[in-house]
Write a protein that binds this ligand. Sequence first.
Ligand SMILES: NC(=O)c1ccc[n+]([C@@H]2O[C@H](COP(=O)([O-])OP(=O)(O)OC[C@H]3O[C@@H](n4cnc5c(N)ncnc54)[C@H](OP(=O)(O)O)[C@@H]3O)[C@@H](O)[C@H]2O)c1
Length: 272
Amino acid sequence: MRFLIVGGSGLLGGELVRRCSAAGHEVAATYLTRPGETAGVEWSPLDVRRREDVGALIGAFRPEAVVNAAYRQADWTTTAVGAANVALAVSAAGGRLVHVSSDAVFSGAAIRYDETCVPDPITPYGAAKAAAETAVTAIAPTAVIARTSLIIGDGGSPHEALVHSLATGRERGVLFTDDVRCPVHVADLATALLELAASGHHGVHHVAGADAVSRYELGLLIARRDGLDVDRLPSGRRADSGVPGPLDVRLECGTTRRRLRTELRGARRFLR
Ligand SMILES: NC(=O)c1ccc[n+]([C@@H]2O[C@H](COP(=O)([O-])OP(=O)(O)OC[C@H]3O[C@@H](n4cnc5c(N)ncnc54)[C@H](OP(=O)(O)O)[C@@H]3O)[C@@H](O)[C@H]2O)c1
């Protein structure tokens, strides 16, 4: 297949590019500030905020499937408007769209959220991701909206970097014991997204790991895997910290799991 990975230079995008390439697909990928390192891939600069540029690139490459992994947490225009621009371009050119969304669309009031749950965001980032979902669904009804949770790599994610910084005293802070998510391994996530891209499914899918763990438990798992001193990991309660945002958000993935061959391992397993 001809794949375009938008945001191919990022954590998830890079894994998607490597997996597509290794599977023998024709792959093009975009970056904003720096191209990725996978060879044999057509790298193009693209700012998703520029609607005409997005249309021109997708119109010229005519991918059979686009995965949009581009976002900027503090930038509404990139996260929400950019997602709409990608959906408009895919809709005009034809082809499949997999849009990557987040558990941040939920407030945590209900704790457990399945694929039928409606967003109730309580942060600007969550609101931008929810707006993106709404726009993508309206513009490209056959698109897959793939909500995911904390993405963990084999050392490459910001969450792992934070644990290393805290355990070695390079950074001060705490890991919350009451802030719970369903972390997913970047390899499982990328494989599942490519499977969805090649399928006929559409609409909301939940693509998260099988275990609900707190940020502190996740930190302990990462520290043990990497041989760090777990006693140096500081813990605290988010509820006492005044840091705004959802506490306990668990993506229930039952409907999505039944559709996928790809297994979505839990953090207790993939960090063992
Ligand atoms: N990381 C997590 O734990 C997590 C959790 C839940 C959901 N998600 C979702 O997963 C997706 C991927 O996350 P990630 O952690 O892989 O992100 P990331 O590593 O920060 O990568 C973001 C990508 O977007 C690109 N980008 C940023 N602004 C852009 C713009 N204006 N136009 C075009 N490209 C732009 C970046 O390009 P440059 O690198 O060249 O600047 C990079 O390729 C996002 O949709 C995010 O909401 C992530």
